[in-house]
Design a protein around this ligand. Structure first.
Ligand SMILES: C[S@@+](CC[C@H](N)C(=O)[O-])C[C@H]1O[C@@H](n2cnc3c(N)ncnc32)[C@H](O)[C@@H]1O
Length: 195
């Protein structure tokens, strides 16, 4: 039963794949959509901003960011989620405003100093090497570029603020946000800036 639970967790949410992944994506929209939108709001995006969204899953925040920024690039290892995110933002994908790339936090395939803002919702706990992921985020951000990470509080077991500071970011803040819905618990939100 334990290994079946782990399999469903991985195929449904960790690295969504196939039918189980599509159901996981449907649940993510309902459970995490408000947090995804809240993080975009916190980012205060401007019309010239170039945004990278790590692990967009079904792409609620990706689409929301596409309303405000010049370009929004979603980077996710899951083909199932890339397809779901594409369908959610088909009009924005067609104009090139939203782009989808298969990759992960440690390998975004983005040029050096190309992004103003990097967003990550409910995936930092899945990065197999957080140090490598944070180094990659630091590499792709422009000077004074901003990182915003949100994760369900129950999953935020590590000291992310120390790791982010260690990676060379400044102005690191953490707070708790309570989504106004019964479908999601509190989220830990970290913000930081590239010096
Ligand atoms: C639990 S889902 C969260 C999706 C969405 N952000 C949300 O909150 O609903 C985790 C997402 O992160 C992606 N992911 C897994 N490992 C990752 C990594 N190392 N870097 C970036 N994204 C990753 C998964 O494929 C999946 O789409």
């Amino acid at each position: 039963m334990g290994s079946l639970g782990a399999w469903v967790g991985e195929r449904g949410f960790g690295r969504p794949a196939g039918a189980v992944g599509r159901v996981g994506g449907w649940l993510m929209v309902r459970a995490n959509g408000m947090t995804e939108k809240h993080v975009v709001k916190l980012a205060g995006l401007r019309p010239k901003d170039h945004v990278v969204v790590l692990g967009p899953g079904p792409g609620v925040g990706l689409r929301w960011a596409g309303k405000y920024a010049a370009v929004v690039v979603g980077v996710d290892p899951s083909k199932t989620m890339l397809i779901a995110a594409k369908h959610r933002s088909l009009d924005l994908v067609e104009t090139g405003k939203v782009q989808l790339i298969q990759g992960d936090a440690a390998s975004t395939h983005q040029p050096d100093e190309s992004a103003n803002v990097v967003l990550s919702v409910n995936n930092v706990h899945l990065w197999p090497d957080r140090q490598a992921g944070l180094a990659e985020v630091h590499r792709i951000l422009k000077p004074a570029g901003r990182l915003i990470v949100a994760v369900h509080k129950k999953w935020a077991s590590h000291d992310l603020s120390a790791e982010v500071t260690e990676a060379g970011f400044t102005d690191v803040t953490t707070s708790t946000w309570n989504p106004p819905t019964r479908t999601a618990g509190p989220a830990t939100i970290l913000t930081a800036q590239k010096a």
